[in-house]
Each structure stands twice: as C-alpha cells, then as structure tokens.
Design a protein around this ligand. Structure first.
Ligand code: FPP
Length: 227
C-alpha cells in the first residue's frame, strides 16, 4: 500500500526549450516564445479540470536580463499581450493571478497592468503564479532579512516571508527540454518536492503531458525523510 501517495496541489514548471523549438522549426526565436505562450494558455485552461490548486510558471528569471535586448523586449511584450488578452478568461475560469519575484522592478506599465490583474482576479479559486524577475537565492535572502527583522531566524520564519508564503507547499517540479537543473527556481520550496525532467520542448508541452505527470506523481511515495 502506497500510503505516502496523494494528489498534487501545487505544480511548478520551468518552461524551457522555446529557442530550440524555434531552431528546429527554422523560425525566429521570438516565434518559439510566442508558441511558448500558446502552451501556457492551453495549460491554464486545463488547470481547473485537473483539480490543481496552484500552477507556478517560471516566465522570466532575474538572470534573463543578460539576454540580448531584442529578446528581453520580445518577452516583455509577450507578457503585456498575455495579461491584456487573457485577463477576462482568467476571471471567467476562476483563476487568481499571483506574481512572485522582484516584479516591482519591471517596466512601470507592466507593473501597473499586473497590479490591476492581481486586484481583478483576487477572488479566483485556482492560482496561476507567474515568476517574473525571479531568482530563488534573492528571494531567500529577502525572506531571511525580513525574518531577522522580526525576531529569530528559523525554517518557519523564513518560509513565512517567501514570495510563495500564501501558496500550498510545492508538490511537483517539472522542467521541460531535457535539461536537468533548477536554474535558481524555488530552491527552498523544492526541499521535499518531487521532480520530473521531460525531453519535450516547452511549446510542444500539452495539457496531456501535465496530466501524465500528475498521474505519475500520484503513484510516488513521499516520506519526507521518514521511512
Ligand atoms: C526558456 O526557453 C524560456 C524562457 C526564458 C521564457 C519562458 C517564457 C515563455 C514561455 C513566454 C512568456 C510566458 C508567459 C506566462 C506570458 P529558452 O529561450 O531558454 O529556450 P532554449 O534553451 O531552447 O534556447
């Protein structure tokens, strides 16, 4: 009997492989990111039917600023379009938007759009957490500093100050495109998360892939260091 197995509440995804997808299809890199947004859209639509409480997506890391200006600008424009076009759908589908990372450091018009989207979706039951200008080491340092300002530094006091404090504990981390590393994403939250690395490039990642991952998760026995 697999007593440790259970349904996943919170899944996070490192969406990798947009560039390789574009190369493989002989189209500009920007097209790979555009198809990546399509994959996000399809996935968000299926979150409710999969019974997930929270889906967290790594959309832009604090290290992604090192990419060429044109690519950064493409990604920011995709973000603008995504928020504008998908906000009504989030609201219709009971999706609550949450942003993690140092997102106040983004362009002022994006910050304004995000603030508006956060307010409008605040009552949604399913959370879509988007990591923007996010770095996990930076998040932990910020949290530790806040915890120290309030008293003793403990695992609990740091956890309570993380950007993810209001989200369910992370159950499963997925990375696409065959790379096996965390790239400064949810390092603290991954302490007891299950991990799945799949070869599929992000634009080809379909809701069926997530369903398969959730079915696989349900068979895993989680012991949290016990036996
Ligand atoms: C990694 O592919 C992907 C990113 C750096 C950005 C992910 C962003 C999106 C899917 C679009 C924006 C998301 C939202 C929520 C609107 P890569 O470019 O590193 O691919 P490569 O490793 O094959 O070059």
């Amino acid at each position: 009997m697999n007593e440790g197995a259970s349904r996943a509440r919170h899944v996070a995804i490192i969406m990798d492989g947009n560039g390789r997808w574009a190369k493989r299809h002989h189209v500009p890199r920007a097209m790979g990111h555009r198809r990546g947004v399509e994959a996000v859209r399809k996935l968000v639509r299926s979150v409710e039917s999969m019974g997930l409480e929270c889906l967290t997506l790594y959309a832009f890391s604090s290290e992604n600023w090192k990419r060429p200006d044109e690519e950064v600008s493409d990604l920011m424009n995709l973000m603008r379009k995504f928020i504008k076009s998908d906000l009504p759908e989030f609201m219709a589908n009971d999706v609550r938007l949450k942003i993690i990372g140092d997102w106040q450091g983004l362009a002022p018009d994006i910050v304004e759009m995000l603030e508006d989207a956060l307010e409008q979706t605040a009552k949604g039951r399913h959370t879509l957490a988007v990591a923007l200008n996010y770095g996990s080491q930076q998040e932990i340092a910020r949290a530790a500093s806040k915890a120290a300002g309030k008293g003793e530094i403990t695992v609990e006091s740091i956890t309570a100050e993380l950007d993810t404090a209001a989200l369910p504990p992370l159950d499963l981390l997925i990375r696409t495109s065959g790379e096996v590393r965390l790239s400064n994403f949810l390092l603290w939250q991954c302490a007891y998360a299950e991990m799945l690395f799949v070869d599929t490039l992000w634009p080809d990642f379909e809701p069926e892939h997530l369903q398969t991952a959730l079915d696989d998760f349900a068979t895993r026995e989680r012991r949290y260091g016990g036996r």
